[in-house]
Each structure stands twice: as structure tokens, then as C-alpha cells.
Design a protein around this ligand. Structure first.
Ligand SMILES: Cc1cc2nc3c(=O)[nH]c(=O)nc-3n(C[C@H](O)[C@H](O)[C@H](O)COP(=O)(O)O)c2cc1C
Length: 296
């Protein structure tokens, strides 16, 4: 399992680094990195990823992550966890999208969606890629049994809530189209830091997904996004925003909420610098016309 993760992470990193950027300085200005996500404006298209179990990284780590996102004026995702922790995240005033696990029993899923609504979450969703384990069985996460979800079940989750629903763990055009059919407002293109060996890098499949769903869903990307340059490449290939997971864990451990804020702001600064050097004054000016694939 650990080798699978390393394998897909390595291939993903190599792919990101194989994408090269042409520069355009003439007529360029200092850009605006602001983005509107589900009707709310944030200062950057860089969000904290759906992490969980951060108490070993930092005391009340999930709430500190949310606080850091709030201070940077960024959107915050949350992974699995209990209601009180989610409440503390929302009490930081961060806009939190809670990603619910694909629990075996749908009653549990509906209860977690309600929990997110009651905590005051900004959105809710599901990581559909945690249904199966690496040994061919259904997954079991921290003692909790998981199951794959059908399109019909996804529709029932989406319809059960007034919150925007974001489906995480989409890594194909087929699933992206099904998410659209389910009524999801967004997807996270992700291989869940290498949940399967030889998983296609999210940025490699992203252009086809964007072509298939257009602007009908908000497209987030995660996995190995570590810098403003990585974020720029994802936006150029069709993402509306990116999520950063492991790259904020070191700063969270060292400096708590301020560490998360600083890492997000550092990434925003690099994104700004690349936008300046490619004559993109707004995020929607970023496109793949500057991208070259290194194959020498
Ligand atoms: C400590 C840790 C806990 C995570 N917990 C969850 C979770 O509960 N739910 C989820 O959807 N993803 C979870 N993830 C996956 C992340 O959301 C993300 O998809 C993955 O780490 C890839 O992004 P990264 O390369 O920026 O870390 C977790 C990742 C880490 C490192």
C-alpha cells in the first residue's frame, strides 16, 4: 500500500514537472487572484485539502487548519472526523466543505450530511474513492465499513441537502459525467495521494474532464500540489481551484494556524508571479496556450 502511494505520487510529481510554461511579459500587470466558489469570493484559488486526524500534527489540528485557511481568506475542506471537531472548524469562521466517507449504511451518510449542515458548513461531499481496499475487499476506514455508491445513491445524497455537494476522488471522464448527472456542484479530481498504483496524474486527465463537463461543475484538483506553480498548471489545464494537503502539514506542525496561513499566502504569491509572467491579469485568463510538454 505504501509503495502504491509512492508510485502514483512519484509519477504525478514527474508529470507536473514535465509541464513547462511559456512567458508573456508585454502588456502584463499585477493580477487579481480572487475567485468566486459557490457564490462566495476568496482571495485565492488555493484551498486546504480534506485532511483528517491532524491531532498528531498539532493540537486541535483540524481547527487550526481551518483558522489558517480563514486568515488567508481561502476555502477549507475537511475529511472524516466527529461532529465536535467539525463544529470547532466552523467556529473559526472558515468556509468549510465537509467530505463524508462512503459509509456502508446510507443512514450514516445522511446523518453526517446533517451534522455538516448543523455545524454551519459551507458545503458537503463524499470521497467516493475510499470504497474498496487494496486487497480486493470493501474498505474499512478506522473500523468503519465502506461501500461503493451508485449514481442513484449519489443523487439521493445531493438531493438531501441545500448545501453544494462536492464529489471527491474523480479520476475519469466517466465518473465526472456521472457526478454531473447526480447534480453535484463540484468535483475534486484526485487519486487520494496514490490510493491505487499507476493512477493517472490528475493534471493528465483534467483536460478531458474539463472538456466533458465544461463550466457546469466547479473543478478542484488535489494530489501533490505544493506550490503556486503547481496551482497555475492545474488552472491552465481546466481546474477552478486546487487543494493542498500534505504540503500544509509541516507548516501546521511548526507554526499552527499561522503556518497554514503563511504556506497558502506563499503559494498565492508564486501563483501571482507566474500570472504576471504569462500576462494573465485574472484567473480566467489562464489557459493551456502557455503549456508545453517536456519530451526531450
Ligand atoms: C493525514 C491525511 C488525512 C486525510 N484524510 C482524508 C479524509 O478523511 N477524507 C478525504 O477525502 N481525504 C483525506 N485525505 C486525502 C487528501 O484530502 C488528499 O486527497 C491527498 O492527501 C492528496 O493531496 P496532497 O498530495 O496535497 O496531500 C487525507 C490525507 C492525509 C495526508
Amino acid at each position: 500500500m505504501e509503495n502504491d502511494r509512492l508510485d502514483s505520487d512519484r509519477i504525478t510529481r514527474e508529470y507536473y514537472d514535465s509541464l513547462l510554461i511559456a512567458m508573456r511579459h508585454i502588456d502584463s500587470v499585477i493580477p487579481d487572484t480572487g475567485v468566486k466558489l459557490f457564490g462566495k469570493r476568496f482571495s485565492m484559488p488555493i484551498c486546504t485539502a480534506a485532511l483528517s486526524h491532524l491531532n498528531n500534527t498539532c493540537e486541535d489540528g483540524m481547527a487550526k487548519m481551518a483558522e489558517g485557511a480563514f486568515m488567508a481568506d481561502a476555502l477549507c475542506f475537511s475529511g472524516m472526523g466527529e461532529a465536535d471537531e467539525l463544529k470547532r472548524m466552523c467556529e473559526t469562521d472558515a468556509s468549510v466543505i465537509k467530505i463524508v466517507k462512503p459509509h456502508e449504511k446510507n443512514e450514516k451518510v445522511f446523518a453526517k450530511i446533517l451534522e455538516a449542515e448543523e455545524a454551519g458548513c459551507f458545503g458537503v461531499g463524499m470521497d467516493i474513492d475510499h470504497a474498496f481496499s487494496a486487497d480486493g475487499n470493501y474498505d474499512n476506514v478506522c473500523g468503519l465499513p465502506m461501500r461503493p455508491k451508485s449514481l442513484r445513491e449519489l443523487i439521493s445524497f445531493v438531493e438531501s441537502t441545500h448545501l453544494p455537494f462536492v464529489i471527491k476522488g474523480v479520476l475519469s471522464v466517466q465518473d465526472a459525467k456521472k457526478c454531473l448527472e447526480a447534480g453535484a456542484k463540484g468535483i475534486v479530481v484526485s487519486h487520494h495521494h496514490g490510493i491505487m498504483r499507476s493512477a493517472v496524474p490528475p493534471l493528465m486527465v483534467l483536460p478531458e474532464i474539463k472538456k466533458a463537463v465544461g463550466s457546469r461543475m466547479t473543478i478542484f484538483v488535489d494530489c501533490d500540489i505544493e506550490s503556486g506553480m503547481d496551482a497555475y498548471k492545474a488552472l491552465a489545464l481546466g481546474a477552478d481551484a486546487v487543494c493542498v494537503g500534505r504540503a500544509i502539514m509541516g507548516p501546521l506542525k511548526d507554526n499552527g494556524a499561522a503556518g497554514v496561513r503563511d504556506k497558502l499566502n506563499e503559494m498565492k504569491a508564486e501563483l501571482t508571479a507566474v500570472m504576471e509572467r504569462t500576462a494573465c491579469d485574472r484567473l480566467n485568463k489562464i489557459d493551456d496556450s502557455v503549456i508545453y510538454h517536456r519530451n526531450f
